[in-house]
Write a protein that binds this ligand. Sequence first.
Ligand code: FAD
Length: 465
Amino acid sequence: MEKYDVLVIGGSTTGSWFARKMAEKGHKVLMIEKEEKKNISRAYDIFHMSKKEMDQFGLEIPEPGSKEFGFTFEGSPVMSPFGNYAKSGKPATVVGLHKHEYILFMHEKAKKAGAKIVCGAEFTELVFGENGKVKGAKYKTSKGEKEVEAKLVADCTGIPALARRQLPDTSTVENFRLTNRDVFFVVLYYVKYLDEKVRARDLDASFLNYKVWSAPSGEEHGAILGVGGNYGYDYAEEIFKTQFRKNVKWPDYKVEKVEKGLTPYHRGIYSFVDDGFIALGDTACLTKPTCGEGCTSSLVQCEIAVDVIDGLLKEDKALSRENMWSINCEYIKKQGIAFDSMRPLLMGIVSLSPKEAEYLFKKDIIFSRKILGNQGEDLDITPKDVADILTGIATGVATGKIKPTTVGAIAKGLLGMVEVTNLYNQYPDSPAGYFEWKDKADAMWDKIGSMADKCDKEILRRLGY
Ligand SMILES: Cc1cc2nc3c(=O)[nH]c(=O)nc-3n(C[C@H](O)[C@H](O)[C@H](O)COP(=O)(O)OP(=O)(O)OC[C@H]3O[C@@H](n4cnc5c(N)ncnc54)[C@H](O)[C@@H]3O)c2cc1C
C-alpha cells in the first residue's frame, strides 16, 4: 500500500496551497482531486485576492497578459442602501484572476515542490485503524478503487466536507452538513453598460444591506454584479430585483453571462483537528463574514497548520488531536474571534430598514470607516466604540430616525459580539476541556441564531421556503 505523510483531499485553493507548502517542507504529499484537470474550478471565472494577502502567503501574481491574470484594481467602498454615502477602507490593490487557470498554476507549483497530484480521483471513504484513529482514505479513478495510508488526512473538499462528515460523533471535529440556511447562494451577473460613457470601475462597490456588489469583470464598460443570499439562488435574485434595483439608481445594462456558486455562511467549526485528521478551508467554514470570500482567509489557518504539522513530523511525533491542538488555539486568536464575533453584529445590522441604515451611514455609526474598512481583519472594537455606537443609536431614536424596535436587534448584535469574544477567549488550551466548552458555545450560537433568520419572510413565503 502507498504511504504518505499527508493526503490532501480536494485540489482547489486551500488543498493546492497546503499540499505545496507541506511538500516544500520536505514531506511526502499526495493530493487527490475529483475533477479531471480540464474541469477543475469551473463554477465561476473571475476571483479576487488582495495583493497584500497574496504576498503574505507567497502566492505568485502571474504576468499581465498571461492566461491566469485578469486585472488589478484598488479596492472598493461599502455603500449606503440608497447609494448616497460611501465608506472606504485603507487603499488596497486587489488582483482579479481566472480561477480555473490559476488553480492549475497552483498545481504546478505544488508539483514542483514535490507533491504528487492525481486528478479525476474521487475520495470515497476514510479508513480508520483499530484504535479508531484516521489512518488513510479510499478513492476511485477510472482505473478502479485505491486505498492509501497517511499520517494526516486533510479534508479540503469545500462545502460538501466529505471526509469531515464521516468522522464519528465522538470526534473533536464536528461532522455536521451545511444546509441551505448555512450557505450563501451567489449569483454573478456579467453585465455590459448600454451607455458607453459609463466607466464600470467608478461603480465598484458593495451594498451590505442587500449583500450585493459590483466588481470589475476586466471590461471597461462591463462589470460583475453579484448577490448572495441564504436558501436558494431564487431568493438571492429576488433581493437583487426587488430591493437593490428598486432602491439604488444604477445605469442600464444588458446581462451577458450568469454564473452561480455556493460559499459557506456559518461560524467556523470549533476544532479543525483530530487524530490523523485536519479540516481546512471551506470545509471548516472559514469565509470572511462581511463578503463570503474564503481563498486567503483559509490560508491564515493553513499557514498555522503547516508550521505545527511540519514541526511534529520533523520531531517524529504523532499527528494526534493533542499534538495538533495548538492549530485551533492559534487560529482562534489570529482570525477566529474577529470573524465569528462579527457575525452577530452583521445580523443586527441587516435588521435595519434601508432608511435607518442610510442614517447610520451618514452619522458614521456602525457603518463606520473603522468597521467597514476593515473587512473583519484585525478588528479591535473597544468598549468605547461600543459606547459610542449606543450613544449614536440613542440619538437616532430620540430624533425619530431609528425605530425603538430596531434598537433591540442592534443591541442583541453588539451583545452577541461581546459574548462570542469572551467565550472564544476562553477556548481550551488542550482537548481536555473541549466538549464542555463546545456545549457552552452551542448554547450561545443557538441564542444568537443565523443570518438565515434575517431573510425577508414575505419573499421566502412567496418562493415556497
Ligand atoms: C460565485 C463565488 C465567487 C467567489 N469569489 C471569491 C473571491 O473573489 N475571492 C475569494 O477569496 N473567495 C471567493 N469565493 C469563495 C471561494 O470560492 C471559496 O472560499 C474557496 O474556493 C474555498 O476553497 P477550498 O479549496 O476550501 O474549497 P473549494 O474551492 O470548494 O474546493 C474543493 C475542491 O475539492 C474537490 N472535491 C470535492 N469532492 C471531492 C472528492 N470526493 N474527492 C476529491 N476531491 C473532491 C472539488 O472538486 C474542489 O476542487 C467565491 C465563492 C463563490 C461561490
